[in-house]
Write a protein that binds this ligand. Sequence first.
Ligand SMILES: [Zn+2]
Length: 292
Amino acid sequence: MKTYPHSLFLFFLLFLFACHSDSKQQLAKTAKDTLIHDAQSTVPVKSLPADAKTIILRKEVPVLCYHQIRDWKASDSQRAHDDIIPPANFRDHMKMLADSGYHTILPDQLYDYLNYGTKLPSKPIMISFDDTDLDQYTVGASELKKHGFKGVFFIMTVSIGRPRYMSKAQIKELSDDGHVIASHTWNHKNFAQFTDQDWEIQIDKPTQTLEKITGKKVEYFAYPYGVFKAANLHKLKEHGFKAAFILSTPMDEANPIYTIRRIIDPGRYTAKNLYNSLQKSFNKKKIVTPVS
Ligand SMILES: [Zn+2]
């Protein structure tokens, strides 16, 4: 049979295309796998972190935020009843979480889940405390202990050792007990108003202070007032932070890992209110504009 040169050329082109699409499929598969195994060592190697869209589409893990845990005073404003939770209410809320089957997770677990799809325990929840208040150690940590829970303490370093705030020794004890110590700036300055100098004053120095106390790396940050500035989020990565936490405002779609949502558990809530709020706040159907 006579073979025409142009049919040979066509065959060659088809062959090239097949090889190319095959290697493309292979690449896509590798990128999609959350864990790939090194053929030589069989040690799992983490693939590249997920892109922003994938992270946003993952089911949100509830993250709670607490401030003061004490009984209300006559001088407290109505608004303060959100940020101040009476110890009896805090106790009820923790008991409800344990009785409902929630398991506390720490920021590294949340980070790995968001970036690599790593599996979490059933009904995961993160419990966080802001501002260094002493009652988070005396009441907060001891209530967590009753249920085998661990939490994250976002420390404002200027307050360490002051009356009504935690001491270095107490922060170290929390860290040694398996809680995570994280940064909440030096003196609670609004992140959106940071000057160039503030990256040293509000970020680098507090990190050094906390690392010296705990002997562990400080890799997580919570924005004072939950306020962030999208243009400066990349700087947190440059200054050694793996992720950062806001409050209940929408996350930044380009940088979801630096704008992880939390809700304040208001002091006036009953345990049932909190349960309902968790279902409502963190189980929304995500609507994300498809990327073409
Ligand atoms: Zn704060």
